[in-house]
Design a protein around this ligand. Structure first.
Ligand code: DUC
Ligand code: ZN
Ligand code: ZN
Length: 470
């Protein structure tokens, strides 16, 4: 039966207007005033906001790390995403020695339990002539993006020569390089010095990964992209200076795009100094208050292009079980590094939190407009990653991935409210005003208030095409 969402206020990346939306099958068939509804199921959305389902361009589900694994899998992470209004997530495939096809297959199998639509980026952490020749084949698998690292020496890092070659290959094949920008050559001796001096607490995670490394690495990445005549997308921008570099390069026509993640807008190294500081450990680390402010300005002024989560949750205390869907779950987590910050699994929960937190503390607080909210969280990721206008758009023909928001809904947010499979929430006790009330995935309602109507296997793999450079 068709569904007619009546009387809502639609918010897109560019406009806000009142209209009805008719959903037929999996797609939006009509948008207009007073649409007739002879046989449709009608949802009255008077007083509600209608937005495209969120697109999270950066998540790590089922990611093995430090002898444990990120605590959300491709079902639980997706369920949490849906409750927060997100209907598409992009995960990063670990590059195995057996080649790209094998690596993508491993992730395809883990994703069979997907509950929202999803696609993949490929981590490019090893590089030689054979691998170089294999990169274009990723396009046939629907993987249009590769992530490179300028840190994690001897592990994930490629040298600048490898990154430059990868940028050229990407350019020739309509692909996009994503970059994790820190300076591994600086970080390694800082860590060695800290441990030798007996500094083992979480704050040293931040102190050994200085922001200048992120700043110069971001500019280096932009400069290499310019010389390779290729676009580049810098993930999880965290330091204010990185936004300055992004602005500098973009003003000179360099095709560099930047993503930030909510925790970098709200938290600082001070959080790592708390007794539960391990909760904030991720890489790159939390910076300073002035960095929070510069990132907000970068969003306000459209210097940045997207907001992702880098969702990579771990338990704070993985020795104690939590209940998830009626079952006890216990997964080793941050306690692994209680005596040594280098052993704390890196990563934060956030896939459900992103949209509600950014609505209350971004839009309502006046940092960004409602249209920018949709651009950063939905439309721009769809465009950059080759999913637009199937995803990220409220237009006829687009997938009916829709979140109906109650702008007045007040919540005291926190772990009790979250479906993220971990024992803590970064925004514990924060007041939220405005929350997704009903969420549709390709025309099917998967969230109705507190009720979960989705299921494992509902999510489809999205083969991505060539994206846009924003
Ligand atoms: N950073 C993290 O903290 N975790 C996963 C990957 C990453 O880049
Ligand atoms: Zn990264
Ligand atoms: Zn990441």
């Amino acid at each position: 039966m068709p569904t007619l969402i009546k009387n809502g206020t639609l918010i897109t990346a560019s406009d806000t207007f009142q209209a009805d939306i008719l959903i037929e099958g999996e797609t939006i068939s009509q948008i207009g005033k007073d649409l007739p509804h002879p046989s449709a199921e009608v949802i009255d959305a008077a007083g509600k906001l209608i937005m495209p389902g969120g697109i999270d361009p950066h998540v790590h589900l089922d990611l093995p790390m430090f002898g444990t694994v990120s605590s959300d899998d491709h079902y639980t992470g997706h369920k949490a995403a849906a409750f927060g209004g997100t209907t598409t997530a992009m995960d990063f495939v670990v590059q195995e020695d057996k080649g790209f096809e094998y690596s993508v297959d491993v992730w395809r199998k883990m994703s069979e339990k997907a509950a929202i639509d999803y696609s993949f980026h490929m981590n490019l952490t090893k590089f030689d002539d054979k691998i170089a020749k294999d990169i274009p084949n990723l396009m046939k698998m629907g993987v249009q993006t590769l992530k490179v690292f300028t840190a994690y020496n001897g592990k994930l890092r490629l040298d600048d020569g490898g990154i430059f070659k990868a940028l050229r290959i990407a350019k020739e094949n309509g692909m996009l390089i994503m970059a994790h920008c820190e300076n591994g050559d600086v970080i390694e001796p800082f860590i060695a010095d800290a441990l030798a001096a007996g500094h083992t607490t979480p704050e040293w995670h931040a102190l050994t990964r200085p922001k200048w490394g992120a700043v110069e690495s971001s500019l280096r990445m932009a400069a290499m992209a310019e010389q390779a005549d290729s676009p580049v997308y810098i993930v999880h921008m965290n330091a204010g200076g990185e936004v300055d570099m992004l602005k500098y390069a973009r003003e000179r026509g360099v095709k560099v795009m930047g993503e930030t993640c909510p925790p970098y807008l709200f938290f600082s190294v001070d959080n790592l100094r708390q007794p539960d500081g391990a909760k904030w450990i991720c890489s790159p680390p939390m910076r300073d208050k002035e960095d929070n402010a510069r990132l907000w300005k970068g969003l306000h002024e459209n210097t940045l292009q997207t907001i992702g989560t880098d969702h990579c949750p771990f338990f704070f205390d993985g020795t104690k079980p939590i209940m998830y869907e009626g079952k006890e779950v216990k997964i080793a987590g941050k306690e692994l590094g209680k005596d040594n910050f280098t052993k704390i699994p890196n990563g934060l929960p956030g896939i459900q939190d992103r949209l509600p937190i950014m609505w209350t503390y971004g839009v309502r607080a006046g940092h960004i407009t409602a249209n920018q909210f949709v651009a950063y969280n939905c439309t721009n990721p769809a465009k950059i990653f080759g999913l637009y206008p199937k995803k990220g758009a409220l237009i006829p023909g687009a997938d009916a991935d829709i979140a109906i928001w109650d702008p007045e809904k007040k919540i005291k947010y926190g772990v009790a409210h979250s479906h993220q499979r971990t024992d803590y929430n970064l925004y514990e006790g924060w007041e939220i005003v405005g929350y997704p009330e009903k969420v549709f995935l390709r025309g099917k309602m998967i969230v109705d208030g507190e009720r979960w109507l989705g299921k494992s296997g509902d999510g489809q793999y999205l083969k991505r095409g060539i994206g846009e450079i924003l």
